[in-house]
Design a protein around this ligand. Structure first.
Ligand code: BTN
Length: 265
């Protein structure tokens, strides 16, 4: 793969070749622009798209985030993809697999250390570079499926963005040079594929290992957190995580509250 021109579209043929040996990534559906890869992938999944279908784009004007948020588009600067999955294991493990795969891609393809902010934001230098949106539903035959949507800020800059500059960054901003998006995609899908295959094979060992690896990369543990949910806020020290991915928060009253979702600050 050639070094990337930061404004060039993805080299889809190079992706096809590199992903050929993978279980995931087939069929590979590239759309130069699509409202949301998650919405598109969910439509395909409802009609029976197979496990491993990959939808990837260069521009996503209606990108969706967790908790009803929007996901900002940096045209031809991000990795924006969704996988159609038909997991035979508990969906909470996908949160961990997604975050670990992004960490692996950032560290291997960009050569910089990354951490996970519970549950699955990936941070570089304390700023968010990636978010993951996981949605589950049932297809027309009544079969369950999951969509794992991953957005990763690779090239372009957020430095002049008044709203995001303190909170988010791109790999290019963090490193001072552009990064080849194809290399990031290939590493990300490869890492996801390995963990997913392990979990699909079943057994307690695989899920325990995924949980331990995810827990080891959580920068949230041991810190003071404020988790906003719709009707309530949980505040305290993030003491640990349960095997189901819940964050265990010890409040000022000494009691530990398990939190399954929310926005951490
Ligand atoms: C978050 O941090 O709130 C999750 C953001 C997830 C964004 C990705 S980009 C690809 C996929 N398609 C979407 O519409 N959203 C996800």
């Amino acid at each position: 793969m050639e070094a990337e021109d930061a404004r060039a579209p993805l080299d889809v043929e190079a992706l096809r070749v590199a992903l050929e040996p993978m279980r995931l990534g087939h069929p590979l559906i590239y759309l130069p622009v699509v409202g949301s890869t998650n919405t598109h992938a969910a439509g395909l999944a409802r009609q029976g798209a197979p496990d491993g279908t990959l939808v990837i784009t260069d521009e996503q004007p209606e990108g969706r985030g967790r908790i009803g948020r929007t996901w900002r588009s940096l045209p031809r600067g991000q990795v924006l993809l969704s996988l159609v999955l038909r997991p035979r294991f508990a969906p909470h493990l996908l949160v961990m697999v997604g975050a670990l795969a992004v960490i692996d891609a950032v560290e291997a393809a960009a050569g910089t250390r990354a951490a996970i902010k519970w549950p699955n934001d990936v941070l570089v230098g304390g700023r968010k570079v990636s978010g993951i949106l996981i949605e589950t539903a049932t297809d027309e035959r009544g079969e369950p499926f999951a969509i794992v949507g991953i957005g990763l800020n690779v090239n372009g800059t957020l430095r002049a963005d008044a709203e995001l500059a303190d909170l988010a960054t791109t790999l290019a901003d963090a490193l001072g040079h552009p990064v080849e998006r194809e290399a990031v995609v290939v590493r990300l899908v490869t890492a996801f594929d390995a963990l997913y295959g392990r979990l699909q094979a079943g057994g307690e060992l695989g899920s325990r290992e995924v949980w331990e690896r995810w827990r080891a990369r959580l920068s949230t543990l041991g810190t003071r957190v404020r988790i906003a949910q719709r009707e309530r806020v949980v505040e305290g020290i993030a003491e640990g995580v349960d095997v189901d991915g819940s964050l265990l928060v010890r409040g000022a009253d000494g009691l530990v509250t398990p939190v399954t979702w929310g926005d951490v600050s």
